[in-house]
Design a protein around this ligand. Sequence first.
Ligand code: ATP
Length: 310
Amino acid sequence: MEVMLTVDGLEKSFKDKQALKGISFEVRKGEIMAILGPNGAGKSTTIRNIMGIMYPDKGSITFHNHQGKEIPRHKIGYLPEERGLYKNVKVMDILLYLADLKDYPLDKAKERILTYLKKFDLEGKEKVSMDELSKGMGQKVQFIGSILHEPELLILDEPFSGLDPVSQELFKDEIRNLANNGTAILLSSHQMNLVEEMCDRLFMIQNGQKVIYGTLDEVKTKYANFKCTIRGKNNVRDLEKISHVQRVEVKEESAVLYLDQDVHPTNWLQNLPDYLNVSELKMNRISLHEIFIDIATNKNLIQEAGDINA
Ligand SMILES: Nc1ncnc2c1ncn2[C@@H]1O[C@H](COP(=O)(O)OP(=O)(O)OP(=O)(O)O)[C@@H](O)[C@H]1O
């Protein structure tokens, strides 16, 4: 897949705080790439550097063979983390203004605005002032503003925060549509279930450094071992004795058995000892949410499962 954006060795400091310590990744045409990390990890700083809101101390950002101030930013769409930027202005006017900033033809923009307002349940709101909209409605308008000019690269900083489930679905569908039509998408989110559902690749950052970079499949197969949840009264020591069990976590009547990386789930299940008390049993992979918490809290409980940090 064609590479759209290359971030290479990005470093950025604020006074004595080094926020980015050599960040490198790519975003390709037609993919949804997630940038993840705990609060303060450096995601927004990375995004702000890509957007030219600030410039890195070291490293480069390449888009369309251009770097720094030469980057054609009208080909990029951006939904910033900050919401409610536009207040005393009508929905249609602010969207046309944003389209104009990107040199997008205004007649075409107007048509697209009306189509998108309808799509996002905002039909008839074009003459309403931004400050009369609810937070979620305002977010929809801001999202429309970021995609109106048909950007080749779309950067979404926490697009789902504050959205109700129906609006979340609308955003998800549209983001997927855009990727299917070739837009390269860089998405920052704390909602791991959505990332797991939507993203092709992910880049996880902690303390300004890369901790995971790969396709969701790679992360899942190389990092997320299987875990088996058994409901029933069992002695923890008996559970720990079962082969290929790395550790056991007991939660009320259930025990979660974290398995070694190479375990074949069917074989492992066939060899479970007879003495186990099982009223329910569930086998699944460790979720991205658990991987995130393990890394962000420096627990390193699942580190041995495999390492794709290289
Ligand atoms: N303008 C600034 N001046 C000083 N420090 C800053 C500035 N912007 C960011 N930082 C610091 O840089 C680090 C990274 O911040 P950043 O906003 O990039 O994190 P983030 O991963 O986006 O976090 P969050 O998930 O909370 O939005 C933090 O320690 C933050 O305090």
